[in-house]
Write a protein that binds this ligand. Structure first.
Ligand SMILES: *Cc1c(COP(=O)(O)O)cnc(C)c1O
Length: 431
């Protein structure tokens, strides 16, 4: 469910025509629907009502402060993966006691910052990281709350770049070895074992892998409780998929029921780390067609088109990175007919495309297009490649819209560069 609908031939975000935003703010621009963000959070939260739980929005999916605050205003915590995300989560109103910190490469300053703020727990991914956290906490005379991220070795059958719960992935500690790391951790003076964590991948469209993982985690929790460890948090990560094209992902309620079933009766609080499912369909990327270019079709039959638009792989990397599908719809009335086209950006890479060999209306220069389901891993993965200033971000609520991140200027992009002094020798200072 989302709030991007076409009325009278114009696509709206809630009550605002996308064309009005494009005219005011320019393109490319990300547009987020606040009503959709809230709705997704509430549905997800309600799905877990039968068990104590904390939702920690996985902010790497979309790190805009207004997006984070949309959730923290509803009581959400945040799942972070860096010291930078910690600062941003706190700035967006996240209570430290609802922050969980994941990631394989936490640095000393990041561990210190998280300990100073008193986060809910560290999700630890290796024995050496446990040692580092113990040492840092010792210096600070604190006890660090930890869970071990276990790798349950289940295949989420998603794209290889976004599966994380297989033995061969860099994430977590293999579930078969975790007990001895838990035993070790439980003896450390500056570590407090509080939970078990796993996250098996992203864009999962089937509950079966979640069930497999949950069952394996449940056995481990039972064993740890038998050993006398006080496990009170069970974090089952994120990863629930959304519909981009013809996927049929489970409803949050089906997902929640399957997870809750695995942990029913345990005296624990569930921690959920949803990212994509909360924000993916709450955002679109609006772009303008700059040029169209026909070429002979590769099969020799007829023609194919390039629609060259002003958004590119630096704005939305998913198609180039994973071959992902994003629906592309007209913002205004579409021209009649269908042609085969690639929608491509201005970047000097053949991998720079938003859609390939797609049947679509014969758009013309000046047409506005909406790249759908771009709220997750869109802006947050964007870059300045080709010295392209990053896009503006806008949030809509009802009939209002506000810029929630200004478009970068070209000057912003290279402001922090310095010319090495030894390159300036031929250009003696005047004076
Ligand atoms: C990326 C990530 C998530 C969120 O994944 P989604 O597929 O966006 O729900 C949750 N937990 C961890 C540890 C992650 O790395």
């Amino acid at each position: 469910m989302h709030h991007f609908q076409t009325r009278n031939g114009e696509m709206h975000c809630e009550g605002v025509p996308l064309r009005r935003i494009a005219r005011r703010v320019g393109t490319p621009v990300y547009v987020y629907s606040h009503a959709t963000l809230s709705h997704h959070y509430k549905v997800f939260d309600a799905a877990f009502a039968s068990m104590p739980h904390v939702i920690c929005y996985s902010m790497k999916a979309n790190s805009n402060g207004s997006v984070i605050r949309s959730f923290t205003n509803l009581g959400s915590g945040v799942d972070i993966v860096s010291g930078g995300e910690l600062a941003r989560a706190l700035a967006a109103g996240a209570p430290p006691g609802k922050i969980v910190y994941s990631g394989v490469g936490k640095k000393v300053w990041e561990i210190e910052a998280a300990l100073r703020r008193g986060i809910l727990m560290f999700n630890v991914e290796s024995r050496e990281e446990l040692e580092a956290i113990d040492a840092v906490a010792g210096r600070m005379r604190k006890r660090a709350p930890i869970s071990i991220r276990v790798n349950p070795d289940v295949d989420p059958k998603t794209h290889p770049y976004i599966s994380t719960g297989l033995k061969k992935n860099k994430f977590g500690i293999h579930i078969g070895q975790a007990v001895k790391d838990y035993e070790w951790a439980a003896r450390r003076k500056h570590i407090e074992v509080v939970g078990v964590d796993c996250h098996i991948g992203s864009q999962l469209t089937d509950v079966a892998p979640f069930v497999d993982a949950a069952e394996r985690v449940r056995s481990l929790v039972d064993r740890l409780l038998d050993m006398g460890l006080r496990i009170r948090l069970v974090d089952i990560g994120g990863g629930l998929g959304i519909r981009y094209n013809d996927e049929l992902p489970p409803h949050p309620k089906q997902y929640a029921d399957a997870v809750v079933k695995a942990f029913r009766g345990l005296p624990v609080t569930l921690v959920l780390e949803p990212g994509r499912v909360l924000v993916g369909n709450a955002g679109v990327l609006v772009t303008e067609v700059l040029y169209t270019k026909p070429i002979p079709a590769p099969d020799g039959k007829g023609r194919k088109y390039f629609f060259i638009v002003d958004a590119a792989m630096n704005d939305l990397a998913r198609p180039s990175l994973y071959g992902s599908y994003h629906a592309i719809l007209p913002v205004g009335k579409a021209p009649r007919g269908k042609v085969t086209a690639d929608v491509v950006g201005p970047i000097c890479e053949s991998g720079d495309f938003l859609a390939r060999d797609r049947a679509m209306p014969p758009y013309a220069a000046g047409d506005l297009l909406a790249v759908m389901s771009a709220g997750a891993y869109g802006f947050s993965m964007s870059s300045n490649y080709n010295t392209r200033p990053r896009a503006a971000e806008v949030m809509v609520s009802g009939s209002r819209f506000e810029i929630v991140r200004e478009r970068e200027t070209v000057r912003d992009v290279f402001r922090d560069e310095r010319t090495a002094s030894f390159l300036m020798q031929g250009r003696r200072r005047k004076s």
